[in-house]
Write a protein that binds this ligand. Structure first.
Ligand code: ATP
Ligand code: MG
Length: 387
């Protein structure tokens, strides 16, 4: 065990007023679950949490995992010592560089400590200068700023770094949504964005086996696993659209294919949402990206559902979406070349501006459409995801 500790700061949760403890308890549970299997102790103080007593070889892994916990603002790797001023000063000397400019910034949450923050800054600063002739004090823009945190309970933490975390709200505090997860770049990012606001997700993937391969489904499952790093409560379900697509292909005009498939997807999604207590559907649509994402197309697909549909990427450019996909490590999987069910029976000229009356007329050619939906749902698969 080393004398290193990791200081954790939470983000927006602190604005929660009377509901603070509800949000905080979920955040604490999520941190505990995330660090499960790593030998360490967790201390939950007011305003700050601390990971202590871990093996130094686990430090990078602890940080990697904590950066995936929504609700956390930043981390600092710190050295721990006791209240003895000589011990603190020795650590300050060890940590400070040999030349350039520096300052000490003391925070004293333990108010009974005999020296106040200003006195500590001065006393520690003098010891550092005495030990390092080429180092001088600059209070305004120092090259090096050493923070000294005097905490209740006998601990002092010294740190000079801050690592940004994922931000957002703790997973499980923002309702439950059904994410339409394809194998593409956009939908994992859409899920990430709502998960960031605390939403618990269930992922629904559509495939058209055997027109789409097992590998295409596996790709979506891999994406769900990557998303689960951020969404501890993620579940996944898969539904086959094969029969529905064959029926549309046989009965309707080719250029209505995508519009009609998407309306079926939405109807199925609403049924799955309702039976799994999801209050909304989430998809990765971005305005104008493809024919099915014009305002007119979105209007006709949205018309078949009565629960909210969230499209967190609607105003984003592809390169902005890709930046997030890279950050959350889904991009390389998303660009693997496997077919999506939307590409089965793809027409040469999909409708860009579908009209609802004409779409309904095409749909009326499918007599057994409720039966098709029931059959697809009764064959729904549940995918086990590891965390
Ligand atoms: P993505 O990169 O997410 O696949 P896309 O640009 O390929 O998006 P579309 O194929 O039109 O766009 O799909 C729009 C949205 O519809 C997707 O972001 C996703 O939410 C949903 N969707 C598409 N295909 C599937 C599928 N096979 N299973 C579940 N949802 C899907
Ligand atoms: Mg897609």
């Amino acid at each position: 065990m080393s004398d290193n500790v990791i200081i954790i700061r939470y983000g927006e949760v602190y604005l929660k007023g009377k509901n603070f403890s509800y949000f905080e308890n979920i955040l604490k549970d999520n941190i505990r679950a995330k660090l499960d299997g790593i030998d360490c102790s967790l201390y939950f103080g007011r305003g700050r949490y601390v990971v202590k007593e871990y093996d130094i070889s686990d430090e990078d892994e602890i940080i990697r995992r904590l950066k995936q916990v929504f609700g956390l603002h930043s981390l600092s790797i710190a050295k721990r010592c006791g209240y003895d001023i000589d011990e603190i000063a020795t650590k300050c000397v060890e940590m400070s560089p040999d030349n350039g400019t520096f300052r000490i910034t003391t925070h004293r949450s333990y108010k009974k400590y005999p020296l106040d923050s200003m006195q500590m800054n001065r006393a520690l600063g003098e010891k550092v200068i005495a030990a390092k002739q080429n180092l001088s004090v600059d209070l305004h823009s120092p090259d090096y700023n050493l923070q000294v945190d005097i905490r209740d309970g006998g601990d002092v933490y010294l740190y000079d770094n801050s690592i940004s975390c994922a931000g957002g709200m703790p997973s499980g505090t923002g309702g439950h949504g059904l994410l339409l997860l394809s194998g593409g770049i956009d939908s994992p990012v859409a899920g990430y964005m709502l998960a960031k606001r605390g939403m618990r997700l269930t992922a629904l993937h559509f495939h058209s086996y055997p027109y789409t391969s097992e590998a295409a489904k596996d790709k979506a499952i891999t994406l769900a696993h990557k998303l689960k790093n951020y969404c501890p409560y993620l579940n996944m379900k898969c539904v086959s659209l094969t029969k529905i697509q064959e029926t549309i292909h046989k009965n309707c005009k080719p250029n209505y294919m995508i519009t009609l498939v998407r309306r079926f997807m939405m109807r199925i999604a609403e049924r799955v949402a309702k039976s799994n207590d999801c209050g909304c559907i989430i998809n990765g649509e971005s305005l104008g990206q493809v024919a099915s994402q014009t305002l007119e197309s979105i209007t006709v697909t949205n018309a078949v559902v009565s629960i909210p549909v969230f499209r967190p990427l609607i105003g984003m450019d592809k390169d902005e979406i890709i930046d997030i996909a890279q950050k959350i490590d889904t991009f390389n999987t998303s660009i693997e070349p496997f077919e999506d069910c939307c590409t089965v029976f793809l027409p040469d000229y999909p409708l860009i501006k579908p009209e609802i009356a004409k779409v309904e007329e095409q749909e009326s050619r499918i007599e057994n459409y409720n039966e098709l939906i029931d059959d697809a749902l009764s064959a729904m698969e549940i995918v086990e995801l590891n965390y």
